[in-house]
Design a protein around this ligand. Structure first.
Ligand SMILES: [Zn+2]
Ligand SMILES: [Zn+2]
Length: 175
């Protein structure tokens, strides 16, 4: 998992600016326009008014940043980022946002030779053919590190390429 601060860094700068401007507008509108007109709130101490005006804009800013994150995250995953951004904005009750996090593709894995984006589970780089993960010598499909036999063609896999894994203890037989 990537760190939260690293994830925040992918949000485009203009989205941060938009969120900040929006907050200033929201705060000013409440503090300088709405509160002086409100007979109850206008009697509150200034600190209370500031605290009360602070949060609505923060909530909207969080939503704007989340949508900016979806835009950048879908883009780096090679998904249809314009469509997902609109879904996140337009589908009510945050369902578009939730749907995105449920359905998003895995992060691409860069090829160690040419840097082209591949998907986890690719056996070979689609650009240069470099082996990206362990592949079956017979059918060339990607196989998992702990497999002894290929799940696609049944070939015996060489143990040499497999990283050391702890073998489970043999099953106890009831005799
Ligand atoms: Zn490559
Ligand atoms: Zn195979």
């Amino acid at each position: 998992m990537n760190k939260f601060s690293d994830e925040l860094r992918i949000i485009p700068k203009f989205v941060w600016i938009l969120a900040a401007i929006q907050w200033v507008c929201f705060f000013s509108l409440l503090f300088f326009v709405a509160f002086p007109d409100d007979s109850k709130v206008s009697h509150w101490p200034a600190v209370g008014q500031v605290a009360f005006a602070f949060w609505p804009g923060m909530l909207v800013a969080a939503v704007i940043l989340l949508i900016g994150y979806i835009y950048a995250d879908a883009r780096r995953r090679g998904m249809r980022y314009v469509m997902w951004t609109w879904l996140a904005i337009l589908v009510p009750n945050s369902i578009g946002i939730i749907l995105y996090f449920v359905m998003r593709d895995p992060l691409p894995v860069p090829c160690r030779n040419c840097g082209a984006a591949g998907r986890p589970g690719f056996a070979f780089c689609p650009q240069c053919g470099t082996e990206m993960s362990r592949a079956c010598p017979s059918c060339k499909k990607a196989v998992e590190p702990n497999w002894v036999r290929c799940a696609y063609c049944g070939s015996q896999l060489s143990q040499g390429t497999a990283p050391a894994t702890t073998t489970p203890p043999p099953m106890a037989t009831n005799e």
